[in-house]
Design a protein around this ligand. Sequence first.
Ligand code: KIV
Ligand code: ZN
Length: 523
Amino acid sequence: MTTDANDAGRVLIFDTTLRDGEQSPGATMTHNEKLEIAGLLDEMGVDIIEAGFPIASDGDFAAVSEIAKNANRATICGLARANYKDIDRCWEAVKHARSPRIHTFIGTSPLHRAIPNLTKDEMADRIHDTVTHARNLCDNVQWSPMDATRTEWDYLARVVEIAIRAGATTINIPDTVGYTAPVESADLIRRLVAEVPGADEIIFATHCHNDLGMATANALAAVEGGARQIECTINGLGERAGNTALEEVVMALKVRHDIMPFVTGVDSTKLMHVSRRVATVSGFPVQFNKAIVGKNAFAHESGIHQDGMLKNAETFEIMRPEDVGLSETNLVMGKHSGRAALRSKLKDLGFEVADNQLADIFVRFKALADRKKEVYDEDLLALVQDAGAEGEQRLALKFLRVICGTEAPQSADLTLTVDGTDHQVTANGDGPVDAAFNAVKDIFPHAARLQLYQVHAVTEGTDAQATVTVRMEEDGRIVTGQSADTDTVVASVRAYVAALNRLLVRREKAGKDTKEISYRDVS
Ligand code: KIV
Ligand code: ZN
């Protein structure tokens, strides 16, 4: 096997977690979280990182510039619509990279052409002019006909040729609405490669959405057809049903190399860690039965499976857990485990934590070990996730006591610290969680709507920690908060407060004055 990027069997991995993935409602990441994820992707061997959409906001611009400055190996790409202002802004952000790329796009299908109200000829001219402009700024230009899979063949072939002549070095063929199927995906690329003049001088990319659950299959089929760049996201994060999952294409090409003789430059042993970090910072948990990185992907519970596994792991496993970075040992930690053991365990789980972060996690670990006899890997992951809450935490839960039982109403006595000042309130509700949320809302009134409230047990047993996810929406801005605790109500309030803290960050980003956040003084 070779990993030479010029080899015919080499498939470039283009990760768009920070752009297409982050576009997913509620998946917003902070500046530092984006830098961290970009660093992990770079280290893992992703070839191109689409770091954001620089014209979208000053925050996006700053994140793309910073990622460009810090990248060691990967090409750093920014997205731009088909106009000079977008392209110039994109270049300003990516130009700091050792290897920069401008990615410009326009919707070419009949439905998308109707939006800017351009005729076919006018759009063709726009494509020529904008790709030429981008190419005058940067040697590495990617062009995408958005909704390519629903664009008339003649027109698609015509505009692809125009983009190539104007200097595009990569042509990406997006299945924007997840409409295509594997046979069609392969045929489309094959035909473009065969029939468009200049096609042999550029790289074709595939960008699939998962609306019909075929994104990975479509991307792999496109590679069979001649594409040599797959656009994908960690955990398949992305709008609606998401994008092709990076971990799936990387492992499919690795495990079925016999029938798909292609290689990527990705170090698959880092997949699990990156997946967990993306799940944490995006607030989008990975479904338990998700291929490759799901909690159950390597779990064998049924008696028949366990028996077979004990005799020969290959009976039911087509890849080894360690191939994707899953540590096989679930070494239990307890209240006598020391700081060094904790640090080493976290390292096994893929977390190199700074001293002050370790100190914080250690305090939480001791508190957990006091309440729970055995602390498992999943418990520690939940702790790291909680300790990783980033940025200024303007709201914090200080005290909570709930009264619940068969007699309604339930009540919560709660103290919330708001910008350093404690506020105490007692509120009633329909159940302890409702009462506690009402208490938070009494202190910090807001109009955000609770979209999702989800509880998962981290491990088995009645002393298990519960991970709670809360998703809220305010003026079209969606935020997510997560927390874990052996007390479900405490985890719920912390997750709720984490979401509210993120909401404050989002309000600030949107230019709202949040210095004096509105809260009811009940202290
Ligand atoms: O899905 C899509 O069409 C896109 C383009 C911007 C490439 O994300
Ligand atoms: Zn997309």
